[in-house]
Design a protein around this ligand. Structure first.
Ligand code: ADP
Ligand code: MG
Length: 373
């Protein structure tokens, strides 16, 4: 069952109904697959573009069983399904990526231990329990540091930045368990999307640079303005992680390039990733199709890019006001997630601006980084 191939016409189950599920479902439909969604609410970005849905919570056994009975192979766009829920599904149908890599990415402690266990560098870190003497962190890690919840963090949620002992002393009622991480004085943040098939084939998209605003991804530059050696090193690390963690599917690897130029892995996510959205317009086969190809076990073509790109996220009501004018721009591809309400900090869509291959990073591209796009 582990290497089973599911050809077009089969049904792919996706756990989660958000924008990553929506874009995965559209890629699946392009190849003639049916998509069945599991989502707690009856309407969502992915449900709108999928063949069918089971409405139920991610830990409702009856809902999980119904969902599994209607799919040939299962994947997820939502990472926080419980270990029990996942085990139940794995008994019923192939789940790709399989359990272990998801469990690793769900827990920052296991994630760091697993990465260090295969010789991948991460920021200096320490596990912090409620009985821990927080002030010892000054000695163990040094300032500035960041406290992060071990589970359920995204878009900078569940993080506390600490610059000195006074700020540390002022923290009360922290949501333990936590990890403390040294704040890295990075030159830039990079990421690589890596995909691995049932036969062990690995494909890496180009390394890109990500710039965040208020803890949320704002811009991706593809390719990253780094030397070919650094870009290759990032891809090599991503390949090692995918191979050693026995990934089947796609995985996003986030890096810090520190002041010395060394690469530290920040976190991994075994699913399509916001920092891979540029591939939708700059690669013949994008991250979503690559993900669908990997989970169904069919051929994985090259992940080569044919164009350079800058991806801007559209976040909250302010960015949505720009949509009418963005729709009139040449050289710009607009992607909207169909979310009804544009709340602040909510990802509503993204825009890819496309340049000829090799035009970035140059004055041309960087001068286009206008915040008003
Ligand atoms: P999330 O799950 O919210 O994406 P991350 O750990 O990726 O959590 O943190 C979000 C962002 O916060 C990172 O992309 C980076 O900009 C910043 N950040 C997180 N950890 C560190 C660190 N150790 N040093 C410097 N910046 C960090
Ligand atoms: Mg992150």
């Amino acid at each position: 069952m582990a290497n089973q191939v599911f050809y077009p016409g089969s049904t792919i189950g996706i756990i989660g109904g958000g924008q990553l599920g929506r874009m995965s479902a559209m890629a699946a439909a392009k190849l003639g697959y049916r998509v069945h969604i599991l989502n707690p609410a009856p309407s969502s970005p992915a449900i709108e573009v999928s063949a069918s849905v089971t409405v139920g919570s991610f830990d409702d056994e009856a809902a999980l069983e119904e969902f599994a009975s209607l799919c040939d192979v299962i994947t997820f766009e939502f990472e926080n399904i419980s270990a029990q829920g996942l085990e139940l599904l794995e008994r019923l149908k192939p789940v790709r990526p399989a359990g272990q890599v998801l469990k690793i990415s769900q827990d920052r402690i296991l994630e760091k231990q697993s990465l260090e266990g295969i010789g991948v560098s991460v920021a200096p870190w320490k596990q912090v329990s409620s009985s821990h003497n927080l002030l010892a962190l000054e000695e163990d890690i040094g300032f500035p540091l960041i406290l992060k919840t071990t589970r359920f963090g995204y878009d900078g949620k569940g993080q506390f930045r600490v610059n000195n002992a006074e700020e540390l002393r002022a923290l009360t009622d922290l949501p333990y368990p936590l990890i403390a991480e040294k704040k890295i004085d990075f030159q830039r943040e990079l990421s690589v999307m890596v995909v691995r098939g049932v036969d062990g084939t690995v494909r890496c998209f180009d390394a890109v640079e990500n710039r965040h605003r208020d803890g949320i991804l704002d811009i991706t530059l593809a390719p990253a303005p780094v030397t070919p050696e650094i870009a290759q090193r990032a891809q090599d690390i991503a390949t090692k992680i995918a191979t050693r963690f026995d990934l089947v599917g796609i995985l996003g690897v986030e890096f810090f390039q520190d002041a010395k130029g060394d690469l530290l892995v920040n976190e991994i996510a075994p699913r399509p990733h916001n920092s891979g959205h540029w591939t939708m317009d700059a690669c013949l086969i994008d991250q979503f199709e690559m993900h669908i190809r990997a989970v169904t076990g069919i051929f994985l073509p090259t992940a080569r890019r044919h164009s350079d790109a800058i991806m801007h996220n559209l976040i909250g009501p302010k960015d949505m006001e720009k949509v009418p004018s963005l729709l009139k721009k040449e050289g710009v591809s607009v992607h909207l997630y169909g979310k009804k309400e544009a709340r602040p900090r909510r990802k509503m869509g993204h825009v890819n601006t496309i340049y000829p291959y090799g035009a970035l990073p140059g004055e041309l591209g960087l001068s286009q980084l206008s915040p008003d796009l």
